[in-house]
Design a protein around this ligand. Structure first.
Ligand SMILES: Cc1cc2nc3c(=O)[nH]c(=O)nc-3n(C[C@H](O)[C@H](O)[C@H](O)COP(=O)(O)OP(=O)(O)OC[C@H]3O[C@@H](n4cnc5c(N)ncnc54)[C@H](O)[C@@H]3O)c2cc1C
Length: 594
């Protein structure tokens, strides 16, 4: 492996989406990561785009009954960058409170004394001495691949000085000790599929890649749990334990790894039935900033022994510690599944029907919404599988049923009754409601949902960008916020589409705009900002599933308030006094003396 040292910190100005030299084959020059070709999604190249599409398809085939539909979640990407420029507070004219706070935080952030680049490189050499030279790389294209995502509009131009590849908890502890001693930021990296700049390195430092920590340590089918290393990919995990009739019911990007999934508290289409990652983690082994190794609790299903430290680390984005092992609860694979699609005259009707279904208590496995714009895109640009049928270009709910075959038949009858009042006048619910009649048709119908994102991104005109939001509201407000948001962005005269995991109150609006057109960009920004305001006014959240990263730090303050963030900051300072664990994410450092 080449030990070429970079002369300075690479900038991403030459790394525009679509001409990412490293991303064309991001891992090619790195023999370690070559074995993990599925690690990253962030390339704008057509070849990579085809690979992504294939990957989603494969995910569905390897797991036909609970097919992967992670693409929808991505539509939350991009909102964060907006908030770097347009935070949510109602700002007075001139330099508002928000702008001052932002500037002060930036100043304080800068006052943290991290190691210089050459000292960081010394720390990396120290790691190479302890773990072996093959455990560290300084290759520029590997650093790029680990520092930038084309899927995210929240990126940092700064890169880590090295990527390190631990193989055990002891290795991670050694890395943490060395980094803490030298004041070097540590940034964990799973598959790099997160979309809010979560794994970017605004303070440089050392990136920790878990490609080699990808083992299932213990599988306890009788206890319905599994102990895994952080680099395990969830699709692989599910295919390896399927023989026991069990699965981990989370479905973010098909590339995602357990460490990243725990750290973003991810979810996906299964969340309506199964909840989010936090509901499936029994315990974690975590390496703290100074190298101390802790286990948050033992393996029983319940405990009331002490603080709930497991939850402290779930969703912490690697800012409190590094997850090196996770024990996950598992769910039984349902005996049977099926899929139905239902069309509605308006988006409000679709959202109102979704709310009624949620409140009915029927245990749907997934409830997903695509608007008329998305349905048109499927008809015109979908894969051959998806274009087997002509879709009605109207707002559509995709419903997944799971359980026993008899239970599903009864659920289908009840669902048809509940949605009837919301379907197209003049059309009986039987016409609006299409139920899969075979396993093949079930696969084909759900494929439309899975492909939505990639189809949309593939038709994006050159030079345009997608800006989207990821908000969630209490379900009683879902119809109202979707209706208002769709109407507002529909008035912009650009491609704007609503899609979402509406079963748990989470939806996304994606807009394609020309970043060189200042007026258009501003209008899109205003639209997104209004949507965030609405979500917060309705007691919702500005991040349903993609966490905060660098993009939504200011929104988090709007959502939770300075006092709550203050407590988070106190907790972080207690476990990471040097502020070296993934700094610059979730919230900024602030000196209490300031
Ligand atoms: C096509 C596509 C579809 C998606 N769909 C969904 C969806 O439906 N639902 C959803 O929730 N998300 C979705 N996502 C987002 C993404 O897949 C999730 O955020 C996922 O959980 C990230 O996992 P990862 O392994 O890629 O983590 P990374 O992106 O590598 O890292 C994520 C964060 O976790 C930290 N981290 C990584 N490993 C560790 C560790 N061992 N210890 C501590 N911290 C660690 C990183 O520093 C970073 O802050 C989608 C993304 C794409 C590209």
């Amino acid at each position: 492996m080449s030990r070429r040292l970079p002369s300075g910190l690479p900038r991403h100005s030459w790394l525009c989406p679509g001409r990412v030299n490293a991303a064309a084959n991001p891992s090619a020059s790195h023999p370690l990561s070559r074995q993990h070709p599925l690690r990253r999604f962030g390339s704008g190249s057509p070849q990579k785009s085809a690979e992504r599409q294939q990957l989603l398809q494969n995910g569905g085939q390897r797991w036909p009954s609970l097919a992967v539909a992670g693409a929808i979640g991505l539509l939350g990407f991009g909102a964060g960058a907006l908030f770097a420029q347009n935070r949510l507070g109602r700002e007075p004219a001139g330099e508002g409170e928000a702008a001052i706070r932002r500037r002060n935080n930036h100043e304080r952030e800068r006052s943290i004394a991290y190691a210089s680049p050459s000292q960081m490189l010394k720390a990396a050499e120290g790691i190479a001495k302890s773990l072996g030279p093959d455990a560290v790389t300084y290759e520029k294209d590997v650093l790029e691949h680990h520092g930038h995502s084309d899927w995210s509009t929240s990126n940092s131009p700064v890169r880590a000085v090295a990527v390190v590849y631990p193989r055990s908890t002891a290795d991670v502890s050694c890395i943490a000790r060395i980094c803490s001693q030298h004041k070097v930021p540590m940034v964990p990296f799973g598959a790099g599929s997160s979309v809010e700049g979560n794994f970017s390195q605004p303070h440089s430092g050392i990136c920790i890649d878990f490609s080699y920590m990808d083992k299932i340590i213990a599988f306890h089918p009788d206890d319905m749990d599994v102990v895994v290393q952080p680099g395990v990919n969830w699709v692989d995990l599910n295919s390896r334990i399927a023989h026991a009739g069990l699965f981990a019911p989370l479905d973010p990007s098909p590339t995602a790894t357990i460490g990243g999934m725990v750290s973003t508290n991810c979810s996906g289409t299964n969340a309506m039935r199964y909840g989010t990652m936090k509901d499936w983690v029994l315990n974690l082994t975590v390496v703290l900033a100074d190298g101390t190794i802790i286990k948050t609790r033992r393996r029983p299903r319940k405990t009331s022994a002490g603080y709930n430290l497991t939850s402290l680390f779930v969703g912490a984005e690697g800012t409190l510690g590094i997850v090196t092992e996770a024990t996950l609860k598992l769910a039984p694979i349902p005996q049977d599944t099926s899929v139905a699609v239902v069309t509605f005259p308006t988006i409000r009707d679709a959202a109102a029907a979704a709310s009624s279904l949620i409140r009915s208590g029927i245990q749907l496995a997934a409830l997903e919404l695509m608007d008329d714009v998305q349905m048109k895109v499927l008809n015109e640009h979908g894969s051959a599988t998806v274009r087997k049928r002509k879709w009605l270009e109207q707002p559509t709910l995709f419903l997944k049923f799971s359980g026993t075959t008899e239970g599903i038949a009864s659920d289908v009858d009840r669902v048809a009754g509940i949605i009837k009042p919301f379907t197209t006048p003049g059309m009986g619910s039987a016409d609006a409601f299409h139920f899969a009649r075979s396993k093949q048709e079930e696969h084909d119908l759900w494929a439309a949902r899975k492909e939505a994102l990639f189809t949309m991104v593939s038709i994006r005109p050159p030079g345009t960008e997608v800006w989207s939001t990821d908000v969630a509201v209490p379900v009683s407000r879902l119809a109202e916020i979707i209706d208002l948001s769709k109407r507002e962005c529909g008035q912009l005269g650009i491609f704007a589409s609503v899609i979402g995991h509406v079963g748990d109150g989470n939806f996304h609006v994606a807009m394609m705009y020309d970043p060189r057109d200042a007026d258009q960009k501003q209008a899109v920004g205003r639209c997104v900002k209004n949507m965030m305001h609405r979500a917060l006014d309705m007691e919702g959240t500005v991040s349903g599933e993609h966490a905060i990263g660098i993009g939504k730090k200011d929104c988090l303050v709007d959502e939770l308030g300075e006092e709550t963030i203050g407590l988070m900051r106190t907790l972080k300072k207690a476990v990471d006094p040097g502020w070296v664990m993934n700094p610059g994410k979730v919230f900024d450092w602030a000196d209490e003396r300031a």
